[in-house]
Design a protein around this ligand. Structure first.
Ligand SMILES: *[C@@H]1O[C@H](CO)[C@@H](O)[C@H](O)[C@H]1NC(C)=O
Ligand SMILES: *[C@@H]1O[C@H](CO)[C@@H](O)[C@H](O)[C@H]1NC(C)=O
Length: 983
């Protein structure tokens, strides 16, 4: 069909090969925007063509990305583009290219032609009229009466693509539905054969309604496009018939959010779909994990491989422990964001070329969800509404945690607990890695070094002191006839199978079988073992490691599943998917293939562990999982895995933490002071300064490395007391953020653009982050530094260490802040009210202290904030019958002073009547000079026993701070506090 177009192209290719193989075009930069060609190479075989195009942004800047022609078959498409586009307005652009570059005469014609092609490629990657070489075409369309859903039948058009990856599926079915006002669902699957999909039991969701296609079957789909839109939805779905393509656009702005090319490949074990992104770098993308990345914002020309693997997090750019095929796309036009989820558990590569994104998936279906936003907070709200809200975490889990792989014995543990107490550094939770087990067998204790009775007494002592104890467990159950857990597992037949027998892997204890959590009996077995173990040792939480699943051997291939035709970029070297894990040919309960469900193991284990702890304790579970999938946040916290004690990993920890906030797993942190390798005093000191503000703050290190408990160095201890002191003061705020996360999906630690989506300068900020809406952490991330350069969005920012130090600006600005060796910069933005308590060595003691409110006034004198209270360990958080309280505070300032009010939204937490606010601090008062005096009114009555005091008016002109002490305001009772300044 496209043979006529192919002829001239082949001719030029041949010409090229004769002239120069490989041939290289000289440097070239066009001046009129769009793209310039940097280099063009054609390989010796003449089958592949590669070009690098540099974006030439109108205002300078721009960036560089590469586009790769795929193979000669794809050139057919471009040839037809060429014919179709010969009168299109891309000509001026091409002329610019041609004029800017003078090739040697002998090859000029060829290069002009090639440039023409490439420019067209860049300028119009997804032409609407490239009819012939399309992947699929629409043969029938139908919609339901209510109009919220559209169904279509597609047929393969032409000979198919990439024959080496298997035969194409002939007929596909597509459904598009506006499931809510802010969510569009588009699903493409085989019309004739059921395929693997993420089970409803993993992500419960609406199934597309069945619509009969009878009415239009056989008729040619006319008009050429079908549109699905609703007055209440900002998302519009448009279907193009031939070739089949679809777009998702924002109705209010017309912005095209997702724009697929005609290159749709749908085979049994290879799916490919490409979407165009704005070519002028107008889109900033975030997400697509789990990877350690050098930046939080995704960089173009990068491939994101998703295949859960036990690969140390100290490796940048490799697929790590979890899979989250979700991204947030932020467009500067109106600071509006949307989210895209490909709900698919199979292995995949996602190639991000800047102006396009290509999914290459080795199974399942193309099941896309689009979330309209438009605010970043809306996107995570809409996303977690589908995948499940983050689990509430117990109050105590916001305390500081200490762990190490290599604690020798109980005395070692006791020494660490005592070391923290002696140094007056908060320690909430003591942890133990695999060392406590008997020969690394789950649910056992080493009888010599960690004997049961003394261990029990140790845990009881921790509990009496308000502290907690958490241990690790791994999924592999040692094959050992003398081991009760193994014997019971065999009796209940709970293990993963391959070729009809239990699959034998090797992990820490030697030979192991893996519980198959698809099997309901395995979940029961797991709960039974956890309950039994807790009779011996009443641990407060469980840490589930090695659940990618990690395997110390490489299973030999058994069948075709073990070596799929398309090799995803596993471990960065396209290593076999079976390498260091359970084989793809293993079979789960119900016939589920490991090939399809590999990425779900960590999710299922976290769910089973969460359920087991809940059943056994009746309290809110704490689970920490290394491996995660879409929706894991419903059950577990996450740490970033095996990082290294390097300054780079200190920095990258922010990227991973922020990504997991987007993934609906807000309780996240990295191993403070670094896991592998030897840390230094300075690195560890700076790390606790940052780590004190991770939502999950744990110090952890590897066996054989130098110890790094925070009391071991004087500088680290000072940093720890200072940073953790502030963290513990902020506990009511952090816990209120947990409530917000649980009810709306809002990350606890957020990128700056979440609060400042219109400030484009925040889009690339990843050396700082926000806790909630307005607490900005600006850590030192380099050795030897005594200052830190920090970006402050427009507004006023007050240092939380010295409230009289403020940064204020009508526009965002970079500021160099002093950062002494023991100090981290933390600021609160004007407009926020923070609930605080006093620091203590445990969270339970901190919870008994009086509340303070820190009121940071915005320029207009307003501020708001809230406080959530419950017992911190009830299974539900803010449930309809739960005992909890929520109080909102708001503040307005006028000429003569400020008025703050509390509004009790919900008041079912008994103690909230007894908890009192003893102090309110106002920051950012406008006053030309320190006022002589304050008059304080509580509920209209002037209080004699409240004394006001001005704290100083430094730095930012007329901004002042005032503190009202000696108050006695019950948290659960509404009040009005008025402070009048008399000058
Ligand atoms: C794109 O990625 C490839 C492979 O990693 C690299 O060789 C090339 O230099 C990159 N190109 C650009 C423009 O970043
Ligand atoms: C089974 O466990 C016991 C007790 O830990 C141990 O002594 C024995 O070596 C183990 N056997 C195997 C085959 O691992």
């Amino acid at each position: 069909m496209a043979t006529t177009a192919r002829a001239p192209l082949l001719f030029y290719l041949v010409l090229c090969l004769c002239c120069c193989a490989p041939c290289l075009c000289a440097e070239l930069v066009a001046g009129s925007g769009g793209y310039a060609v940097r280099t063009v190479t054609v390989d010796k075989g003449g089958t592949r063509l590669r070009a690098e195009l540099a974006a030439v942004a109108a205002g300078g800047g721009g960036g560089v990305h590469a586009a790769y022609g795929d193979d000669v078959r794809n050139l057919d498409v471009y040839a037809s583009i060429l014919c179709w586009h010969s009168t299109a307005p891309v000509w001026p652009l091409l002329r610019a290219h041609a004029m800017a570059w003078s090739p040697p005469p002998s090859t000029a014609h060829f290069f002009f032609f090639l440039l023409l092609l490439l420019s067209l490629l860049a300028a119009a990657p997804w032409p609407r009229a490239a009819a012939q070489a399309a992947g699929y075409r629409v043969v029938s369309v139908a919609r339901d009466r209510a109009g919220g859903q559209l169904s279509a039948r597609l047929e393969l058009a032409g000979a198919g693509r990439k024959a080496e990856l298997g035969p194409d599926v002939q007929r596909l079915s597509l459904t598009a539905s506006l499931e809510t006002d802010s969510r569009l669902h588009v699903r493409i699957t085989d019309a004739d054969h059921p395929r693997w999909e993420v089970p409803q039991s993993v992500i419960p969701r609406e199934a597309p309604r069945h619509i009969t296609l009878e009415s239009s079957t056989g008729a040619s789909p006319s008009p050429h496009s079908s549109v699905l839109s609703a007055a209440t939805s900002d998302l519009t779905f448009t279907l193009q018939a031939s070739p089949f393509r679809f777009t998702v656009s924002r109705r209010s702005s017309g912005d095209v959010l997702f724009d697929t090319s005609a290159v749709l490949v749908f085979k049994d074990r290879y799916l490919e779909l490409t979407t165009a992104l704005p070519a002028d770098a107008r889109a900033s993308l975030y997400g697509l994990g789990e990877h350690t990345k050098r930046t939080f914002r995704l960089q173009r020309n990068d491939t994101f491989t998703l295949w859960n693997a036990d690969i140390a997090a100290s490796n940048v750019d490799l697929n790590l422990y979890g899979s989250h095929p979700f991204y947030l796309d932020l467009r500067p036009s109106a600071g509006s964001a949307h989210g895209v989820l490909l709900l698919n558990s199979n292995g995949m590569d996602v190639e991000y070329g800047g102006s396009y994104l290509t999914y290459k998936v080795i199974g399942g279906v193309l099941d896309f969800y689009f979330f309209a936003g438009p605010a970043p907070l809306d996107v995570v709200d809409q996303y977690t509404q589908l995948i499940g809200r983050p689990a509430p975490m117990p109050y105590w889990s916001f305390g500081f945690h200490q762990c190490r792989w290599g604690y020798k014995n109980l005395a070692d543990l006791e020494g660490v607990v005592a070391g923290y107490a002696k140094a007056r550094i908060p320690l909430e939770v003591m942890w133990t890695d695999i060392d406590y087990m008997d020969a690394f067998k789950d649910f056992t204790l080493d009888p010599v070094n960690f004997p049961a009775d003394p261990m029990r007494q140790f845990v009881d002592r921790l509990h009496r002191n308000g502290q907690k104890y958490v241990v690790i467990i791994d999924p592999g159950i040692n094959v050992n006839e003398t081991y009760g857990t193994f014997v019971r597992g065999m009796q209940q037949d709970v293990f993963l199978k391959r070729n009809g027998t239990n699959y034998l892997g090797k992990v820490w204890p030697g030979n192991v079988y893996f519980p198959d959590f698809f099997n309901p009996r395995a979940t029961e077995f797991w709960a039974g073992e956890i309950a039994l173990f807790r009779r011996t040792l009443p641990v407060d939480g469980l840490w589930i490691d090695m659940n990618e699943i990690s395997n110390f051997v490489d299973p030999a291939p058994l069948n075709a599943l073990d070596d799929p035709p398309y090799r995803i970029n596993n471990s960065g070297v396209r290593r076999p998917i079976n390498n260091k894990t359970t084989p793809a040919s293993a079979v789960h309960y119900g016939g589920v293939r490991e090939y399809d469900a590999h990425n779900l193991f960590g999710f299922l284990e976290a769910r089973a562990t969460h359920g087991a702890l809940l059943a056994d304790t009746g309290r809110r579970p704490f689970v920490l999982s290394r491996s995660t999938f879409v929706g894991s946040g419903r059950y577990t916290a996450h740490w970033t895995g095996d990082n290294a004690a390097t300054w780079d990993d200190l920095r990258y920890s922010i990227n991973t933490m922020l990504s997991f906030g987007l993934f609906g797993i807000p309780m996240v942190g990295a191993d403070i002071c670094g896991f592998s390798g030897n840390t230094t005093e300075e690195l560890c000191s700076r790390w606790i300064q940052l780590g004190a503000f991770y939502p999950f703050a744990r110090d952890h290190s590897a066996i054989g490395t130098i110890r790094r408990e925070l009391y071991l160095w004087e500088l680290v201890a000072r940093s720890a007391r200072k940073a953790l002191g502030l963290r513990y003061r902020l506990l009511p705020y952090l816990y209120t953020l947990m409530h917000e996360a649980h009810t709306t999906g809002a990350p606890i630690a957020r990128p700056l653009f979440f609060s400042y989506p219109k400030d484009v300068a925040t889009y690339g900020v990843d050396r700082q982050f926000l806790l909630g809406r307005g607490v900005l952490v600006s850590p030192v991330l380099e050795p030897g530094a005594t200052t830190v350069e920090a970006y402050f969005p427009a507004g006023r920012w007050f240092s939380l260490y010295d409230c009289t130090l403020a940064v204020a600006s009508a526009k965002g600005k970079r500021v160099t802040l002093p950062a002494p060796a023991d100090t981290v910069n933390v600021h609160v933005a004007g407009g926020n009210i923070l609930p605080l308590q006093l620091p203590a060595l445990t969270t339970s003691r901190a919870r008994q202290t009086v509340f303070h409110l820190l009121v940071a006034l915005a320029e207009d004198g307003s501020a708001s904030g809230e406080l959530f209270l419950d017992d911190g360990e009830s299974p539900e958080m803010a449930g309809p019958r739960g005992e909890w309280s929520l109080v909102r505070f708001s503040c307005a300032a006028g000429r003569d002073g400020v008025t703050m009010r509390s509004h009790v939204v919900h008041n079912a937490y008994g103690p909230s009547g007894k908890l009192v606010i003893g102090k309110v601090m106002f920051l950012g008062l406008h006053s030309p000079a320190p006022p002589r005096e304050f008059a304080v009114y509580v509920n209209g009555v002037k209080t004699a026993n409240s004394m006001g005091g001005a704290l100083g008016y430094q730095r930012s002109g007329a901004l002042g701070a005032a503190q009202v002490e000696g108050l006695y305001l019950a948290v659960g009772k509404e009040f009005e506090l008025k402070v009048v300044t008399l000058s």
